[in-house]
Ligand binder design. Structure first.
Ligand code: SAH
Length: 250
C-alpha cells in the first residue's frame, strides 16, 4: 500500500540548482502551488551547487578573465552539479530542458510556460554574482531564459516565478479550466478588466453590460475590452494578434 502515499513517479518535477536552497519552496509552499506540492501533483528538489566544489573552501566562483567587477561561477563546478542534476534523464534531450536563468536569455512568455508544463519538468540553474562561465552554457546546451529586461541579484526569484507559472497549468492545480483559457496571453490578448461587488463604489459604477444578464453582449464587451487594452498597452502583441486574424479570414 506504499504506492498510495508516494507521489507518482511521473509527477512534474522542478529540480533547482542554487547556492541558496533555503529560498525554496518559499512562496511555492503556499496557496495553490503549495497545496499541489503537498498532494504530490508536482515535486520540488533543490541541489546545493556548493556541494560539488572540490577544494577545502568549497569555492564556486572566481575572478573574471579580462578583468572587471564581480565574480563568475566556475564552469567545472557547475558542470559536475549539472551532471548530477540530469543523471536520471530530466533536463536532457526530449525530457524537459535544463534552463539557465539570465537576463541574456529568451524572454519567458506563456508559450514557453505551456511547453514546460506539458513536459516532465525542468532543471533550473540559478546564477549568482556576475553569472556563469559561458563555456558550460555552451557545453551543456542550456536553454537560457530571462524573466524580463531588468537585473535581479540572483536566479532564485526568477526560478520561483517560472515554476509558479508552470505549476498553475498542471492538471488538478487550478479549479476551473475556463479560468485558464480566458487569461491574458491565451488568445494572444491581455485580459479584460474584472469587477465584483459592490456594484457602486465611491461613485464608480460597474459597467452596465455586466449586470445586464446578456451573456452574448457580455462576451463581446469583454472581447472588445481585451482588444482595446492590448492595442493601447502592447502594440507588439496587437500586431501579432491582427496578423493571425487576417490569416484566419483569408
Ligand atoms: N551580469 C549579469 C547579471 C547577473 S545577475 C548581466 O548583466 O547580465 C545574477 C544572476 O541573477 C544571473 O546569473 C541570473 O541567474 C539571475 N538574473 C538576473 N536577472 C535576471 C533576469 N532578468 N531573468 C532571469 N535571471 C536573472
Amino acid at each position: 500500500m506504499t504506492q498510495a502515499t508516494q507521489p507518482p513517479k511521473s509527477a512534474w518535477t522542478a529540480r533547482i540548482l542554487t547556492l541558496f536552497p533555503e529560498m525554496f519552496p518559499g512562496p511555492l509552499g503556499q496557496s495553490l502551488a503549495g497545496k499541489a506540492l503537498e498532494k504530490g501533483i508536482w515535486r520540488l528538489e533543490t541541489m546545493q551547487i556548493r556541494d560539488f566544489a572540490t577544494d577545502k573552501h568549497r569555492t564556486v566562483d572566481d575572478t573574471p578573465f579580462g578583468g572587471g567587477a564581480g565574480m563568475v561561477m566556475r564552469p567545472d563546478v557547475v558542470d559536475v552539479a549539472l551532471a548530477a542534476a540530469t543523471a536520471d534523464g530530466l533536463g536532457t534531450k526530449g525530457n524537459g530542458p535544463a534552463i539557465y536563468l539570465t537576463p541574456r536569455g529568451r524572454l519567458l512568455r506563456q508559450e514557453l510556460v505551456r511547453e514546460l508544463a506539458a513536459g516532465p519538468g525542468v532543471v533550473v540553474l540559478c546564477g549568482r554574482y556576475e553569472g556563469l562561465d559561458e563555456r558550460v552554457i555552451e557545453a551543456r546546451g542550456l536553454l537560457e531564459v530571462s524573466l524580463g529586461d531588468f537585473v535581479l541579484s540572483g536566479g532564485e526569484p526568477a526560478a520561483l516565478a517560472l515554476i509558479d507559472a508552470c505549476v498553475r497549468l498542471l492538471p488538478g492545480v487550478m479549479g476551473a479550466q475556463a479560468t485558464l483559457d480566458e487569461e491574458s496571453f491565451e488568445a494572444g490578448l491581455l485580459e479584460y478588466p474584472h469587477y465584483t461587488r459592490p456594484a457602486e463604489w465611491n461613485e464608480r459604477k460597474v459597467p452596465e453590460v455586466l449586470i445586464s444578464g446578456h451573456h452574448d453582449k457580455i462576451q463581446s464587451w469583454r472581447n472588445a475590452q481585451a482588444e482595446e487594452t492590448t492595442r493601447l498597452r502592447r502594440p507588439d502583441l496587437w500586431d501579432v494578434y491582427r496578423k493571425r486574424g487576417a490569416e484566419k479570414n483569408r
